[in-house]
Design a protein around this ligand. Structure first.
Ligand code: GCB
Length: 893
């Protein structure tokens, strides 16, 4: 056999690697994930009960049992007990070492058993926890690991209530960690046990401080050296510092290293997220053996906040702009691979953000790591949301949570704020049943808890800024809770939950005037938006991409012009699961700048235009690239529609099918062109300097005289002021219009409104369809719809939904609607009507509620013959109550 240099090198490499591995296992710290090949059982059973093999389903971690059911039926997902089990083999040669089981998180109450012995119980779904299993494991054998998990509501575990889904499961990585019996502290709230920070830091110089505890679990006294080496990003040693320790058997001692001043440290910032590495080793003096080792990414940076001037990083002013983020993802629930966590941070960074509010709970370790590496400053918080329980146990769980949260994440340079409460009085404010005494008691308990959490946070970390997020109510000022943290985040929804986008500035100015010493941040804002909904007349609560644009544009200008505002984080980076919501995509909070699958909504590019330095140019309306609309008054097969372009360039030229529509200046990062669309593909090309963007819009212009229409189909979204694009079929639905001779449209009737406040018709999940927006809005009491089509055979489909929950349904054939399980009595006949098409009765005595219950999407298709130039006449006749219709489709056969 002939060896060439390549194979020789490979051989040497393998040898070196083998030595490294053996040292890794023999000494030092070794960690490995044990995510693969678990078994899951949904439901509870007693430990000693034999469960059928078939009851176990093989799964991998990360895993949740709610990724499907939280998005089905009425959104009542399984909140209960689930069991996991796994056979874990512990190698013989781990004998003599310490062994730990480390869970990055599991939601929300976890009991862990190893070889049938209980080894730990953890409360709270978003922090890591770790157990010492050294004395229980059997070496060289299979160990039975079992985990009982419970995601039921629990009065002693926050969050008690919140607008997101509490998916159950072991949804973050599980690790086995081994260390030498003499090691850095392993039972310090599941942290690394080694903490780092910069001291006396300026541009000119700074020191490195490293501290923690060392534990000697060997049966002899140890003489040790703790040594930290600071390495730059290229791996060159910048500084070393060490301390000698003598530890008697079974004792624990503190260490603290302080380096000499490092001149001109390379500072960490969002623009330049420069990371050093601190390698901290625990070395046996006699042998020079490394007993334990922790590697920490480290950034030199300092910051401050000012009530008038906002946030400063490394002495320079920095307006913080970014978004909040929840940790779930379409189809996966909260069980995400690390790659998606990292991808999200990249998407935020690419949006131009320099900040993230990690809401409403600590996220995966990968998120914090990515923030350090990409340069995203952050606010990280624990999930004490909407309400508190006044028990010692609840307070203890909250304070433990904050301790875990801070200790586990202390070393990340990206974190600048620690939060601990969100809108904590919101339930109380809206609860009409609470007496004054109840409210006073609630306020008292909440203040006590806030003070406790504030104290703990400041004691743990005197440098980071403490923060709390409030909803727009004076109760926080009146009770004094807003004076507790160092920074106040307001969650304000002017132009969504309350009227007027420009109410924002007024509110903030008043707060700043009344509390001039208090730094302020806009921690949440945003409207729901569905990329399938597009309109040229955006309104509050219409869920259109267009209203989202108006809203964010208004918010960006108002915050950017106010120096005292430290920053702003949009609610939310992406759509997220919220099982209690019934918006246009049920069980999802749609306020994301991106869809649930991280496809950007148009506003993502608006942020880019505001925040990025490199040229940004984006023609909006990509999700509305297929259109059908009426020819304009001036005819010629042309339909003029506004096209909005986002850019950070001064001006933009737009070409339509190769023809220039002129050059326009940008105003608030936007340029508007009226485009004369024609049937067929319309190529839009925008040019600004050297940057180009292109969008092809396929258009079907429906002539004013319907008889001139080369009939494909006309799809009408009745009673809605928006277009609806069906993502699956590609069908486009136009808003309806009033009938005029020779054309098509409705005769009388009103758009359905559930109440005066909301524009969205039926804020409920419409079952039996994914096209909820098509059904949620409707026309009530129409006399009819007329289509002046040419003679021929047509197919007409009518779409209905019963929006009134109190419908008669006793004789409904199937229990179709989940609403029926909600016992909404008394039930009654709401409406009964006939529908005629060209004189023929096609629906007689139609009682939607009786037949289908409420909120169930109904479709009925008929064949109609248009004869003698009379077109199609659809007539609604009331027998009882008001008829209604959600949508109509007319197709030529
Ligand atoms: C809030 C909450 C957040 C909700 C949001 C909303 O103020 O802090 O958890 O999801 O409003 O969309 O209503």
């Amino acid at each position: 056999m002939k060896y060439n240099t390549m194979t020789m090198c490979k051989g040497v490499l393998i040898l070196i690697q083998a030595i490294l591995w053996s040292t890794a296992l023999g000494q030092g710290r070794h960690s490995e994930t044990i995510n693969t090949g678990w078994q899951f059982h949904k439901g509870d059973f007693r430990q000693d009960t034999k469960v059928e093999e078939s009851d176990w389903q093989t799964v991998n971690i990360p895993h949740t049992w709610n990724q499907k059911d939280a998005f089905e039926g009425n959104g009542k997902y399984y909140r209960g007990v689930g069991w996991y089990r796994k056979a874990v083999i512990i190698p013989e040669d781990w004998k003599g070492r310490k062994i730990y089981l480390h869970f990055e998180a599991a939601n929300q109450e976890t009991q862990v058993f190893l070889n049938h012995e209980p080894i730990g119980h953890h409360r709270g779904g978003y922090n890591a926890f770790r157990y010492d299993i050294t004395d229980i494991v059997q070496y060289g054998k299979t160990n039975q690991l079992r985990v009982k998990l419970d995601n039921r509501h629990n009065w002693n575990i926050p969050p008690l209530d919140a607008d997101f889904t509490f998916y159950g499961g072991i949804y973050r990585d599980v690790h086995l960690i081994t260390v030498s019996p003499t090691h850095f502290e392993m039972d310090n709230y599941a942290s690394d046990g080694v903490f780092v920070k910069a001291e006396d830091l300026s541009e000119a110089s700074g020191k490195l401080k490293v501290w923690g505890k060392v534990k000697n679990e060997e049966a002899l006294t140890k003489r040790l050296l703790v040594k930290s080496v600071l390495k730059d990003a290229d791996g060159h040693t910048v500084m070393e510092t060490s301390q000698k320790l003598k530890l008697a058997q079974g004792t624990t001692t503190d260490f603290m290293l302080m380096s000499k001043a490092i001149t001109q440290p390379h500072l960490w910032s969002p623009e330049d997220p420069y990371l050093y590495t601190v390698e901290t080793k625990l070395i046996e003096q006699k042998t020079g053996k490394v007993l334990d080792e922790v590697e920490t990414s480290f950034g030199f940076r300092w910051f401050s906040i000012d009530a008038d001037k906002g946030f400063f990083l490394n002495g320079k002013h920095l307006k913080l702009v970014g978004a909040n983020r929840h940790q779930d993802y379409k189809g996966l629930g909260n069980a995400l691979p690390n790659a998606i966590h990292r991808k999200d941070m990249k998407l935020l960074k690419e949006m131009g953000a320099n900040f993230i509010r990690i809401a409403h709970y600590p996220h995966d370790p990968e998120v914090y790591k990515a923030c350090d590496e990409l340069g995203l400053l952050s606010w990280s918080e624990i999930p004490v949301i909407n309400d508190v329980t006044d028990t010692e146990e609840y307070f203890k769980v909250c304070t433990d949570m904050q301790l875990e949260h801070i200790r586990q994440n202390y070393n990340h340079p990206s974190i600048v704020m620690w939060g601990y409460m969100n809108e904590i009085f919101i339930r109380m404010v809206f609860n009409r049943k609470m007496t004054k005494e109840d409210k006073d008691a609630k306020i008292d308990a909440t203040l006590r808890l806030a003070r406790k959490l504030e104290d703990i946070t400041r004691t743990e970390d005197a440098e980071r800024i403490t923060v709390m997020a409030l909803h727009g109510d004076q109760v926080y000022n009146e009770t004094g809770i807003a004076d507790i943290p160092q920074l106040i985040g307001w969650n304000l929804y002017y132009g969504w939950y309350v009227d007027d986008i420009y109410g924002l500035g007024k509110f903030l100015d008043e707060e700043h005037r009344n509390h001039p010493e208090r730094p302020l941040f806009l921690s949440e804002y945003g409207p729901g938006a569905d990329t399938r909904i597009n309109t040229f007349t955006p309104k509050i609560y219409d869920f259109s991409a267009d209203y989202q644009r108006l809203y964010h544009s208004g918010y960006l200008t108002q915050i950017l012009e106010r120096d005292y505002m430290a920053g702003m984080t949009a609610w939310n980076f992406a759509d997220f699961g919220s099982a209690g919501r019934h918006d246009t995509r049920p069980f999802i909070n749609q306020k994301g700048l991106m869809n649930y699958d991280r496809q950007p909504k148009d506003v993502y590019y608006l942020y880019q235009s505001y925040l990025l330095k490199e040229p940004v140019l984006k023609i909006t309306g990509g999700a509305f690239a297929k259109r059908q609309a009426m020819e304009g008054e001036s005819g010629k097969g042309v339909c003029n529609q506004d096209v909005i372009i986002f850019t950070n360039q001064p001006s933009v030229e737009l070409f339509h099918n190769g023809k220039s529509l002129g050059i326009k200046n940008a105003l608030e990062k936007q340029v508007v062109f009226s485009v004369p669309f024609k049937s067929g593909d319309n190529t839009l090309k925008a040019i600004a300097g050297k940057t180009e963007d292109q969008l092809i819009i396929s258009f079907d212009v429906v002539p004013q005289e319907l008889s001139a229409y080369n009939f494909g189909e006309i799809n009408v979204n009745a009673g809605a002021g928006y277009w609806f694009n069906d993502e699956t079929t590609g069908e486009v639905w136009m808003p309806d219009r009033k009938y005029q001779k020779g054309q098509w449209g409705y005769i009388e009737g009103e758009p359905y409104r559930k109440d005066n406040r909301t524009w969205q018709g039926v804020p409920r999940n419409i079952e039996g369809t994914d096209n909820d927006p098509l059904f949620q809005n409707m026309r009530v009491n129409p006399k009819g719809y007329t289509f002046d089509v040419t003679d021929g055979n047509y197919e007409v489909t009518l779409y209905f939904v019963e929006p009134n929950a109190k419908v008669a349904n006793e004789s409904a054939i199937y229990e179709l609607s989940a609403s029926k399980q909600q016992n909404e009595t008394p039930r009654q006949d709401v409406r009964i009507f006939n529908v005629k098409m060209n004189g023929k009765t096609v629906l007689e005595g139609f009682n939607i509620g009786k037949e289908f219950g409420a909120f169930y999407g109904v479709e009925k298709t008929y064949s109609v013959k248009a004869e003698n130039g009379e077109g199609i006449q659809i007539v609604f006749e009331s027998l009882h109550g008001q008829p209604l219709v959600s949508a109509l489709k007319v197709r030529k056969q």
